[in-house]
Design a protein around this ligand. Structure first.
Ligand code: HEM
Length: 408
């Protein structure tokens, strides 16, 4: 593979469904061209950042590197749309607004806030392992378990009624799976926007309801938030819900399912976890590193600067490749081995700096609850077919994970 072929992985959604290709390409880039200019007719140019140290340094310097102009990689047409659409969520904001809006929900995501959900999460984890038992020894772990469980958690947190959960699941998959023919609405990639509009309409109704009848859920806190002395406007509140509903579950689903894939395919690792359940926390973090469900975010330079000796002009953008940083051989021993006991594990799958994932405690609580339940009740487990991965350039993981198991 030459460098140009390697750099094509960032603009080709199929590369994210082909682990061997992605891994080989990013290893080459880390070694030969860690700050690499990518030019492609469908995308505005950007520099691909593949080393852990550089991803951290850029994420840390949020005074020089902004989110707003171009928060994530999309086709040129989408970059142009962004300027026209008045929707902003946390990931599209920078200081001084970003900390003010982040503060609205931040307490809900701190360990003390998340602990309130511990019982509900344990109950849901049990419900899904019961479901596996009911399915009689074979299931698609992604479709039957991983795709639903985190969604139930996050929508319970927001305060949505359970009968609306299937609609939310479908809309989220359409939004993030839109590069993948099978998941996009009727195979039409441009319909991503339609899914977004459906989200907004749904949330607009919810905002009206929570303003009229406030409850003690996160949905009410956002709908009634005060921003610099004024009530949050409806578009911003709807943007906030959409971010939480989407960021809060697709990512965790991907980590759960991709994590199980790694666990059953890596010799001895399942048994090691069964023999020592105290490894569940390090095991779930290793799953997050391994899968790196968020494939990229971008930053745009506010001034002429340099990264690893490469000059980047004000207004130019960089793509932070989390899956590449998480296999960086300068940071991780045996980066391509899946190790349930890996410690320390300095992965950047949750990002870093001002935009560091708000949902880390929640994601860990969910993942650890499900794996604790699984290893105590599943006696043996193996693949029952070939797993398939999403062709998605933003958030992705398995879309099919057939497994066969026996319950204790
Ligand atoms: C394994 C699961 C998850 C992964 C891998 C993940 C990853 C990420 C990443 C990479 C970012 C951007 C960080 C940056 O720019 O430095 C982010 C931001 C965010 N995440 Fe997560 N996330 C996960 C779960 C969750 C959950 C459960 C929630 C719950 C609501 C959540 C809510 C958010 C929010 C609101 C932001 C935006 C923060 C900001 O811009 O200030 N995430 N996440």
């Amino acid at each position: 593979m030459d460098i140009a072929a390697a750099a094509s992985v960032f603009t080709d959604p199929r590369a994210y469904a082909d682990d061997a290709r992605f891994r080989a390409a990013t290893a080459l880039l880390r070694r030969e061209s860690p700050v690499h200019l990518v030019e492609h007719e469908r995308f505005n140019p950007f520099y691909a950042i593949t080393r852990h140290e550089d991803v951290m340094a850029i994420s840390r310097a949020s005074d020089i590197w902004l989110n707003a102009p171009r928060p994530a990689l999309g086709p040129k047409a989408k970059d142009a749309d962004r300027e026209k659409i008045p929707i902003r969520s946390l990931v599209q904001m920078d200081a001084p607004d970003h900390p003010v809006y982040r503060h609205v929900s931040a307490d809900w995501f701190k360990p003390a806030g998340v602990r309130r959900l511990r019982d509900r999460i344990a109950e849901l984890a049990k419900r899904y392992v019961d479901h596996m038992a009911d399915l009689g020894g074979e299931c698609d772990f992604f479709r039957d378990v991983a795709a639903h469980y985190p969604l139930y958690v996050i929508l319970s947190l927001l305060g949505l009624p359970e009968e609306d959960f299937p609609l939310m699941l479908r809309l989220t998959q359409e939004l993030f799976g839109a590069d993948d023919e099978e998941l996009a609405r009727g195979g039409d990639k441009s319909a991503q926007m339609a899914a977004l509009i459906d989200f907004f309409n749904y949330f607009q109704a919810l905002i009206a309801e929570r303003r009229a009848n406030p409850t003690d859920d996160l949905g009410s806190v956002i709908a009634n938030a005060t921003i610099r002395g004024e009530r949050i406007n409806e578009l911003e509140a709807a943007g906030y819900y959409t971010l939480i509903a989407t960021a809060g579950h697709d990512t965790t689903s991907a980590a759960l399912a991709g994590g199980l894939h790694a666990l059953v395919e890596s010799p001895g690792q399942w048994q090691r976890l069964v023999d020592d359940p105290s490894l569940v926390p390090t095991a779930f973090d290793e799953m997050i590193r391994w899968v790196s469900p968020v494939k990229q975010f971008m930053r745009t330079a506010t001034e002429d600067t340099e990264v690893r000796g490469v000059r980047i002009a004000a207004g130019e953008s960089v793509l932070l490749s989390y899956p590449s940083a998480n296999r960086d051989e300068d940071v991780f021993d045996n980066p391509n081995s899946f190790d349930v006991g890996r410690s320390p594990n300095r992965h950047v799958a949750f990002g870093f700096g001002a935009h560091y994932c708000l949902g880390t405690h929640l994601a860990r609580l969910e993942g650890q609850a499900l794996y604790a339940e699984l290893i105590s009740r599943v006696r043996s487990i193996e693949l029952a077919g070939t797993p398939e991965y999403m062709e998605a350039m933003f958030v992705g993981g398995p879309k099919r994970l057939p497994v066969r198991y026996t319950m204790a």
